[in-house]
Design a protein around this ligand. Structure first.
Ligand SMILES: NC(=O)c1ccc[n+]([C@@H]2O[C@H](COP(=O)([O-])OP(=O)(O)OC[C@H]3O[C@@H](n4cnc5c(N)ncnc54)[C@H](OP(=O)(O)O)[C@@H]3O)[C@@H](O)[C@H]2O)c1
Length: 238
């Protein structure tokens, strides 16, 4: 299994579940130190690189081995700014890291995914911001909406040999969300907007990721599944 972002909050939590189930893991990320530490804990191999560098994907394909049973793309941005302050650099970077990177990661490993002895599984990450409108989220909504569209298109084009699904989390306590959660008061206020009255944890998201990668999910493809404490669908106070 390849985990882009395998040293991050959700990617590493997913790696822990998969390692405990005996899967071979290959991690990808920018910081060699973080990757080496995560890989040592999970018994994984790794490739160091930035998803905005197109050469990375061929290196991952080469390093990950002949056949690949699953690919997780748990890399992303949280770039929240008023619409007036967003520049073309913001829009293009968010699109590149969240959406184009996911497409290139799958494309580079497609032959290896098709060589899986079973049905291979890809898990991408969309966001609650792609299904519900929030202010300050114009660039994120665009980028994550593209991931949802990519998920559906790939699920159709790669069936029946490869399943493709996405998870759409709400705010989850990981390093990515750190800047939003540095004040406990703010974290509590955001948690209170969720029907389940808390923020997500990396483990909340990783358990569904691991399920989607497993044979138990062998008849699930083309789905964008919300793991969001009810944020996208429920309103408990008026
Ligand atoms: N946390 C949330 O609230 C939340 C909400 C909705 C959606 N999501 C989505 O869930 C996914 C996982 O997020 P997370 O919260 O687990 O993030 P995270 O804790 O920040 O982890 C991100 C991982 O990706 C790697 N990474 C970041 N930028 C990279 C780049 N340009 N090239 C290569 N590797 C890169 C990081 O390692 P290095 O820094 O060493 O590169 C790290 O391993 C993302 O797609 C995110 O958008 C998260």
């Amino acid at each position: 299994m390849i985990i882009y972002g395998g040293s991050g909050g959700i990617g590493f939590a997913t790696g822990k579940i998969l390692a405990s189930r005996g899967y071979d893991l290959h991690l990808v990320g920018r910081s060699e130190d973080k990757l080496a530490a995560s890989a040592a804990e999970l018994g994984a191999s790794f490739t160091v690189g930035d998803v905005t560098d197109s050469d990375l994907f061929a290196r991952v394909e080469k390093d990950a081995g002949e056949a690949v049973d699953g690919l997780v793309y748990a890399v992303g941005t949280i770039n929240l700014r008023s619409f007036q302050r967003l520049t073309d650099v913001d829009f293009l970077n968010d699109f590149r890291v969240n959406a184009v990177g996911a497409a290139l990661a799958v494309q580079a490993c497609l032959a290896a995914l098709k060589r899986s002895s079973g049905v291979a599984s890809v898990v991408l990450f969309s966001s609650v911001a792609a299904v519900q409108g929030f202010s300050l989220h114009a660039s994120m909504g665009m980028a994550k909406g593209a991931v949802s569209g990519l998920t559906l298109s790939l699920a159709a084009e790669l069936a029946p040999k490869v399943r493709v699904n996405a998870i759409a989390p709400s705010l989850t306590r990981t390093p990515l969300a750190q800047s939003l959660l540095s004040s406990e008061q703010m974290a509590g206020a955001i948690a209170g907007l969720h029907a389940l009255q808390r923020l997500g944890t990396a483990e909340d998201i990783a358990s569904l990721t691991a399920f989607l990668l497993s044979e138990e999910a062998d008849w699930i493809t083309g789905q964008i599944l919300s793991v969001d404490g009810g944020r996208s669908t429920l309103r408990t106070k008026n």
